[in-house]
Every structure is written in structure tokens, then in C-alpha cells.
Design a protein around this ligand. Structure first.
Ligand code: GLU
Length: 425
């Protein structure tokens, strides 16, 4: 890489995304110039958002929207609110969206956004003002055919309702297709909220069938108990697995005899902390300890870079389904592969959210609405098909590498072919 001169180039998450891209390019035999084209976003916008706080003072927040690639369709991806968001992370995540959407076979490119803010410190009114002003600030570069945001870490259907309303006021009509994961009353689907976790569980189920004889009777640990972790837990339990550990930022709860997932959801909703769960023989452990538990299936559904070369050797799970984006570093991926662990890569495992977003968006545009059951069945069919396609390609062509290699090869290849067809390269 040349001397870093762009504000995102020194970020470790960005560097990890570039490393994964380079590995895929090497497998596909792509020249360096293609890497050079793909390692930068098509556009990165930084905006300033001054908010009048409840104490009467103005506070300035900074936000970004990165539009990585649009060869396969409009940019698509979430917007996260977190106190440590930075442009490198946002660009990396937008690149991952390009691969995720390409692999899912949905007609989207990749985008991602973020605001540097701790949303827990803002009142609902401050949060609304921040959200509306941010969306107004990026309104010229988004739109139902241009760039379609959605929730990500600490944003939700209410945030989407504010974005949708702000944008609709600017353009003068109800622009249903500008964001997805909207509340059901505003064109969203009830099942969008469960769909990322459902997808993470679906691919874990498929991998378990092929690798460890199915999910029934198997033990599961889940890091993160947000929208992804909790629904992955719920569905895996429904299919006969035992959820022995879950965590959030406060720590982890562990009971080798199994946790009551509904009760955990209640405790989390009421007290915001899973460590307040008191049923059975529960023990409190750390997030790091959870990753190393003797379980069959591990679901890292919290954040980036949690499985690294430092702890990969201690991991005992046989199947890992990546609910978060970027939880495993490339070095750890190799260690796990050598140990015979199947790591279902994020761009495949957590594509349930954006795939349901596409189902919502295409129906908004047709003016018709699906039932919950139809939407979930469709997601099940698409994810099961995609998992098996990647798994077979992996076994056939890339079995010396982690499964991620096969996923990346398929995803990058589609984007490069689309760019060639369009005459971009
Ligand atoms: N934020 C989610 C993701 O990382 C969903 C994006 C979307 O629905 O556009 O895939």
C-alpha cells in the first residue's frame, strides 16, 4: 500500500477488509489494479450535525456515509450510532456490504454510515433531532434508486421512521423505498427485526447438518444479545439446540444445563443487562471466557475483531456463525480452519437482514405487502440455497482455505464481472 494519505487507510478494520479483498483477488487471479479500484469507496461523505441539546447548548456530532460500489445496483447498508465510529470502519463496513449483497444475489451495491455518538446518553428528543439532521445532511446522496440505508448497531425502526419522514418532506412524497426496516405501519415488515438472527441460525443449522450431524442436542454460546444474538438464540433453541451462554457489554451468563431464552429477553428488556438473569445454576463469566467455552456452535454477534490470533487456538466450537460484521481476523480464520472449525463468514451468515430489506424494498415499490410467513419462507429458501452454494464451491475448489475464501471469491467475481460489463474497468 502506498503512503497512507486518506483518513481511512490507517484504520485496522479497513486494513482487515483490504487484506480479505487481496486474498480473494489472489484466488481469482485478479491483477493489482482491480484491488486498487475496489479498495476505495466510490464516495465518502462526512457531515456535521449540530444538535440543540436539552440543556440549551449546541453539541456538534460528526457522521459519515460511505458508498463503496454500485456496479450491481444502488448502495445498500445500515447506519450505526456508536461513540467510537470512524471513517475507516465505515468504509470497511461498506465494502463488506458490497460483498454481502453480491453473494446474496440481491440487486444492490454496498454502503454504510455512522455517527460518532453514544445514543444512550441522548434523550429521545435529542436522538430524533440528531437523526433527522443527519438524514437531511446526506439527503442529496441517498434515495430509493441511489442509496438505501437501514439500521445497524444502536439504530432501529424508529430511527428509520425519522429518516423516512425527513426524506419524504424534502422530496414532497412518501418515499417508501429510501430506507428499509421501517416500522410495519410505515411500509416495513414485522419480521425484519428477527431476520438477521433468523438467517444466522439458518446457516448454523445448515452447517451443523453437514459438519456435526445437525443442531438438535448441540450446545450454543452467543456473544451479543441485540437483535442478532437474541433471535439467533430463539430459533436455534426452537430447533432443539441448548443455549448455554449469552452476553452483552455487561458480561456473560453461563449455565451448562441451558438458559431460558424468553426469560433472558425479558431481563434484557427490563434491566438492559443479561447478567441480571438469575434462573437455574447460572454463572457470570466474561465475554472473552464465553468465546472459549466447550460448545458445539459459537455465534459472535456483537462487534468486530473479537476472535484473533490470541484466542483462536482456545476456541472449542466446531461451527461458528458470524452474526457480527468482521468478528474474526484473517489470522484467526486460518488458525480455526487448520483446527477443522467451520467459520460461516459474516457476508454469508448475517445476510438475512439485508435480504429481508430487499424483500421489503421491492414490495414497497410494487405497492403490495407480503405476509410474515411468506417473507420468512422466502428468506429461508434464499439463505439455505446460498449457504449450500458457497459450501459446495468451497469443498470443490477452495478446501485448502477457510470457507470465507469461497464466499469472497463468488462475491468479488460477480462485482468485477458487472464492472466489466458496464465498461468501468
Ligand atoms: N446493517 C445490516 C447489515 O449489516 C442490514 C443492512 C440493510 O438491511 O441494508 O447487513
Amino acid at each position: 500500500m502506498s503512503q497512507p494519505y486518506l483518513l481511512y487507510e490507517t484504520d485496522p478494520t479497513y486494513q482487515m477488509a483490504v487484506k480479505q479483498l487481496k486474498d480473494a483477488a489472489a484466488l481469482l487471479g485478479l491483477p493489482d489494479e482491480i484491488i486498487e479500484v475496489l479498495r476505495h469507496p466510490e464516495r465518502l461523505l462526512q457531515v456535521k450535525i449540530p444538535v440543540r441539546m436539552d440543556n440549551g447548548k449546541i453539541k456538534v456530532f460528526i457522521g459519515w456515509r460511505s458508498q463503496h460500489n454500485s456496479a450491481l445496483g444502488p448502495y445498500k447498508g445500515g447506519i450505526r450510532y456508536r461513540e467510537d465510529v470512524n471513517p475507516g470502519e465505515v468504509v470497511a463496513l461498506s465494502m463488506w456490504m458490497t460483498w454481502k449483497n453480491s453473494l446474496a444475489g440481491i440487486p444492490y451495491g454496498g454502503g454504510k454510515g455512522g455517527i460518532r455518538v453514544n445514543p444512550k446518553e441522548l434523550s429521545p428528543r435529542e436522538l430524533e433531532e440528531l437523526s433527522r439532521k443527519f438524514f437531511a445532511a446526506i439527503s442529496r446522496i441517498v434515495g430509493p434508486d441511489v442509496d438505501i440505508p437501514a439500521p445497524d448497531v444502536y439504530t432501529n425502526p424508529q430511527t428509520m421512521a425519522w429518516y423516512f419522514d425527513e426524506y419524504s418532506k424534502i422530496v414532497g412524497y412518501n418515499a417508501w423505498g429510501v430506507v428499509t426496516a421501517k416500522p410495519p405501519l410505515l411500509g416495513g415488515l414485522n419480521v425484519r427485526v428477527v431476520s438477521t438472527g433468523y438467517g444466522v441460525a439458518l446457516v448454523a443449522r445448515e452447517a451443523a447438518k453437514r459438519w456435526i450431524g445437525g443442531v438438535e442436542g448441540k450446545t450454543v454460546a452467543i456473544q451479543g444479545f441485540g437483535n442478532v444474538g437474541r433471535y439467533a438464540a430463539l430459533y436455534l433453541k426452537e430447533w432443539g439446540a441448548t443455549i448455554v451462554a449469552v452476553s452483552d457489554r455487561s458480561g456473560a451468563v453461563y449455565d451448562p444445563n441451558g438458559l431460558d431464552v424468553e426469560e433472558l429477553m425479558k431481563v434484557k428488556n427490563e434491566t438492559r443487562k443479561v447478567i441480571n438473569y438469575k434462573k437455574g445454576d447460572v454463572k457470570i463469566i466474561s465475554n472473552e471466557e464465553l468465546l472459549e467455552l466447550p460448545v458445539d456452535i459459537l455465534v459472535p454477534a456483537a462487534t468486530e475483531n473479537v476472535i484473533t490470533e490470541k484466542n483462536a487456538d482456545n476456541i472449542k466450537a466446531k461451527v461458528i456463525s458470524e452474526g457480527a460484521n468482521g468478528p474474526t481476523t484473517p489470522e484467526a480464520d486460518l488458525i480455526l480452519h487448520k483446527k477443522g472449525v467451520v467459520v460461516i463468514p459474516d457476508i454469508l451468515a448475517n445476510a438475512g437482514g439485508v435480504t429481508m430489506s430487499w424483500i421489503e424494498w421491492s414490495h414497497n415499490r410494487m405497492g403490495c405487502w407480503l405476509t410474515d410467513e411468506e417473507a420468512l419462507n422466502r428468506l429461508d429458501r434464499m439463505m439455505t440455497h446460498n449457504f449450500n452454494r458457497v459450501y459446495d464451491e468451497w469443498q470443490k475448489k477452495y478446501s485448502d482455505h477457510p470457507m470465507r475464501a469461497a464466499a469472497y471469491a463468488i462475491a468479488v467475481d460477480r462485482v468485477v464481472k458487472a464492472m466489466k460489463l458496464r465498461g468501468w474497468i
